[in-house]
Design a protein around this ligand. Sequence first.
Ligand code: SF4
Ligand code: SF4
Length: 414
Amino acid sequence: MPFSTPFAPTSQELGSCVECGLCLPACPTFRMTGLETASPRGRLTAMSAVLAGRPIDAAFEEMMNGCLQCKACETVCPAFVPFGRVMEGAKAEIAVARNSLPSRLRRLILGKGLASRSVVKLATAAAAVLQKTGTAFLIPKGLRPGFRGLRPLSIWSSSRVGQSSPPLGEDEASGRGTVGLLVGCVTDPWFGSVNEAATRLLNKAGYVVITPADQSCCGALAAHDGAAKDASRLAAQNAGAFEAMDTLVVTSAGCSAHMKQYGHWTEGGEYIAKKVHDITELVADAIGKGWLPTMAETLEPVAIQDPCHLRHAQRIVDEPRRVVQAAGFKPIEIDPVGTCCGAAGVYSVLQPESSNRLGVQKADQVRAAGPTTVASANPGCEMQLRQHLGEDYRIVHPIELYAEAIGILGRADQ
Ligand code: SF4
Ligand code: SF4
């Protein structure tokens, strides 16, 4: 069966590849295997073959599932091939053409389960009990590595949804506008202090922060795994929830990257996409304008890990470094090209061997650089780093480090 859904890669998108091969050295899966079929160019060629009428078979599915969707190929592509978009289209096609029971269940969890606060709350409570009782051996083997990367969870997790908080102190009347905060599906219960830091920092910078009650999961994981209809539905829901906001801020790099692509996912989605900012952008901007303070410099080093969805998908590189520096720390580079850490949404579950190799490589980069604190702006990367670095390392969002340094957040990640 060739392509059949409205999400399919188009001939225009695929035809924009000039087959130069410049993306090959940037691609982690090509570097690990040396195989053209595990490269961006090879994957595009396979998609073009399906577009020309070749059926979607097991080999095609395997090629596409091997991709991390890290977009490192987009960063170096001279022809601006929208690789992330076409890969999401290919995944939507695979979901229709090769609809096995395990993949259907997975998409049900990603497309519907994550969008349900009750389901996420229940799963969080169960995971917290396993953490507290030391019974992680009860969970399926494939989920155990990710489980090790979690922060300590609370059985009774609270939510920031449906709240509004005013500017703080002298900035109370500054009228810098209203920022809508996407709390995220798992960021809310699992990384609550990141959302707490974002709210307090934006309030201190003079913004009103609102978390609309009718928001939902951003849909990134659904989109990456081919649950395209669910991804469209979630994009439409969030577009409605945040329509009245001046600005929309997101604390997970994977989610902010996806929401900047809402134009592809829902009618009129460009309107919301233009308002989306990753939190590192807004905090760095507020520091630059003097709305937030800059602390005295220390020599304490902090390693910077660039999430692919910050560095490659949004081309945000300087902002996390500026935030860490303004917190008084010395940002330390670990990887000049930003190779994927191997977390990549559900990739660590689907492709554990490749994910593990990349996780070990990233942990080695951190160890070689020296610092025992790592700043990472994406929950999935944070979990992957913690899993591979162990308890002697602290992995934390750059804005948490900054909020702690200026005294508006206690240490909440451990
Ligand atoms: S995706 Fe871009 S960089 Fe890679 S082969 Fe095609 S045109 Fe060249
Ligand atoms: S998205 Fe990442 S893993 Fe996939 S082809 Fe591009 S560089 Fe390779």
